[in-house]
Design a protein around this ligand. Structure first.
Ligand code: ATP
Length: 217
């Protein structure tokens, strides 16, 4: 079973996320991509919607994508959530083989701030998502000494463990979660940016209608 992980805050999940996750699955013949809902993402503001709401929206959004599955693995864990723990746990449930992980170039650029990044690189195929026209130097963000563990074959870097590191060019979709939150705040229509089910959920629960930190009278 070939399993991939696509992590995000998903605050909320949008059509860009599902499109890219499906392209990730198609590109590498993955049987399943786990949409890993981040508990308390480091390096950024806390999410606006609760973990429960974000997970629910991911569940609703993946309903039409048989290869995509919502995962609460990081939400269910006590304490800080490290990518390495997630990768190891998914790997165990997948029967022990190498798993695949997709992440944006922005997240990859911060790899030295991860917990034991070298171990992550050694036990996962890492796929850095890029947009057309953006060149990414995959060796540049690596921790000191890590580049020496790779040999390059064309566009693919092979770690001495057998894990690979490469980019995947995905279709640009002009949408972000922050764009959606701001649109809801302004009372604009977001129906083209999220699935119908997610749209209904945001409406029903009244999500994103108020500035974070303020309350309805
Ligand atoms: P925000 O606007 O709040 O920063 P976001 O839309 O980037 O949120 P995240 O949950 O942080 O959403 O994204 C998870 C992953 O999806 C990241 O790796 C990010 O690079 C990628 N991603 C987000 N939006 C798109 C998009 N429109 N096209 C391709 N990838 C995307």
């Amino acid at each position: 079973m070939k399993i991939g992980i696509f992590g995000g805050t998903f605050d909320p999940i949008h059509v860009g996320h599902t499109r890219v996750a499906q392209e990730f699955a198609d590109a590498f013949g993955l049987d399943r991509v786990l949409m890993m809902v981040a508990a308390n993402p480091p390096h950024r503001e806390p999410p606006v919607a609760s973990p429960r709401d974000r997970l629910k929206m991911v569940e609703l959004a993946v309903g039409q994508f048989p290869a995509l599955e919502a995962s609460s693995l990081e939400l269910d864990r006590e304490g800080p959530s490290y990518t390495l723990d997630t990768v190891k746990e998914v790997r165990r449930t997948a029967g022990g083989g190498l798993i695949w992980m997709a992440l944006g170039g922005d997240a990859f650029a911060l790899i030295t701030s991860w917990y034991h990044p070298e171990e992550v690189l050694a036990c996962t195929h890492v796929v850095v998502l890029t947009r057309p026209g953006y060149a990414v130097d995959l060796m540049a963000p690596l921790p000191a000494g890590a580049a020496a563990r790779y040999t390059r074959d064309g566009e693919i870097y092979f770690h001495e463990s057998g894990a690979t590191l490469r980019t995947l060019q995905v279709s640009p979709v002009d949408v972000s979660s922050s764009m959606i939150r701001e649109a809801v705040l302004r009372g604009e229509n977001i129906q083209d940016l999220v699935s119908e089910e997610v749209f209904q959920y945001i409406q029903r629960m009244g999500l994103y209608r108020h500035q974070p930190g303020t309350r309805e009278e």
